[in-house]
Design a protein around this ligand. Structure first.
Ligand code: AMP
Ligand code: MG
Length: 315
């Protein structure tokens, strides 16, 4: 583990590491996050691998200012109002992605929405400005462990990670999440702020997210997040595709003429990094040619568990 002091030199070193696709645990006012470049699929996959997360959930993208936020997401009047009142600070806004949004699809788990937050922590702010990139930063703990609120917690749980030491987190609680997708503000996750705080700002009531009627979009169990699913029918654990199917391959056994290979060398982190981009491309092509999708078997160790979880939900 390398602990970097929150000095100019320490922040510069961490910014360089992040620009090169590396990971750094960073302090925010909520908890320490394991940060990576939100535009880099390999960095995001590495976060999942380091946390040993068995599932891909969309991640919160941290940015330094409103201009960066508007470049990534579409802000309606409500989103603007909440951002003006609560940013920088522990409120996350889920908004539609901009058409040319630079965030990698793995960060939003294939959804066409994006979760954004400007953190208030001075060290997080300095790092974001130094790196000049949006950073995803889920809590810097292995899946299933407590969220870290000090650099020492991170060092104990992720001994191989770089940590930017910004002292103890002031809050130690997650950000609240509000969805601003249309005229109806959605209460997506409880956190630092209560619904009444948000409603007082907006002057209207928050709604619970609608239960999706559309079979393609589901709510994840226990989490109020819609999941991306292709429109085309999809079969899993398929060695050979039928005539009317596009094959998504994996590993050295994949036929040369498959639609795409998630990882020709059979590397699960590479496959995770490619997953949503390949699913989107394959789904678009399959709809055009009116065929289905078939996916070769993906081993269930390492990130294979999260890949299989997502494929099973999507199929
Ligand atoms: P974190 O692990 O701190 O990055 O927080 C991730 C959580 O943010 C997810 O588990 C969701 O609850 C929420 N979230 C992120 N992106 C979205 C989105 N596009 N739509 C709805 N909720 C989201
Ligand atoms: Mg966590």
């Amino acid at each position: 583990m390398t602990a970097h002091p929150a000095t100019e030199a320490g922040i510069t070193a961490c910014a360089e590491k992040l620009k090169q696709g590396g990971l750094v645990a960073l302090p925010t006012e909520t908890v320490y996050g394991l940060a990576g470049d939100a535009t880099n699929a390999n960095a995001i996959a590495a976060i999942y691998a380091t946390k040993a997360r068995p599932q891909f959930n969309p991640l919160i993208c941290h940015i330094a200012d409103m201009d960066s936020a508007r470049a990534l997401g579409q802000f309606n009047d409500m989103a603007e109002k909440l951002a003006a009142a609560f940013w920088p600070g522990p409120l996350t806004l889920v908004v539609p992605r901009q058409k040319d949004c630079a965030i990698d699809p793995l960060a939003s788990a294939g959804l066409d929405t994006i979760a954004l937050r400007i953190p208030a922590h001075a060290v997080a702010q300095k790092l974001l400005r130094a790196v000049g990139l949006p950073l995803v930063a889920p809590s810097a703990n292995p899946s299933g462990r407590l969220s870290p609120s000090s650099a020492a917690h991170v060092a104990a749980m992720l001994p191989d990670s770089d940590v930017l030491d910004g002292g103890d987190c002031a809050i130690g609680l997650e950000s609240s999440i509000v969805g601003c997708l249309d005229e109806t503000p959605l209460w997506l996750r409880a956190g630092v702020w209560a619904p009444k705080d948000i409603e007082a700002c907006l002057g209207c009531a928050l709604s619970d997210p609608p239960q999706e009627k559309d079979a393609a979009a589901r709510l994840a169990p226990g989490r109020l997040v819609r999941h991306y699913a292709p429109q085309s029918p999809m079969r899993l654990n398929v060695a050979r595709a039928a005539k009317d199917e596009l094959l998504i391959g994996f590993g050295t056994d994949a036929p040369a003429d498959c639609f795409a290979n998630l990882s020709p060398s059979g590397d699960l982190t590479e496959a995770a990094a490619q997953l949503f981009a390949v699913l989107h491309a394959a789904d678009t092509a399959a709809q055009k040619s009116q065929c289905g999708l078939a996916v070769m078997p993906i081993p269930v160790h390492g990130l294979g568990e999260a890949i299989n979880d997502r494929l099973t939900r999507a199929a």
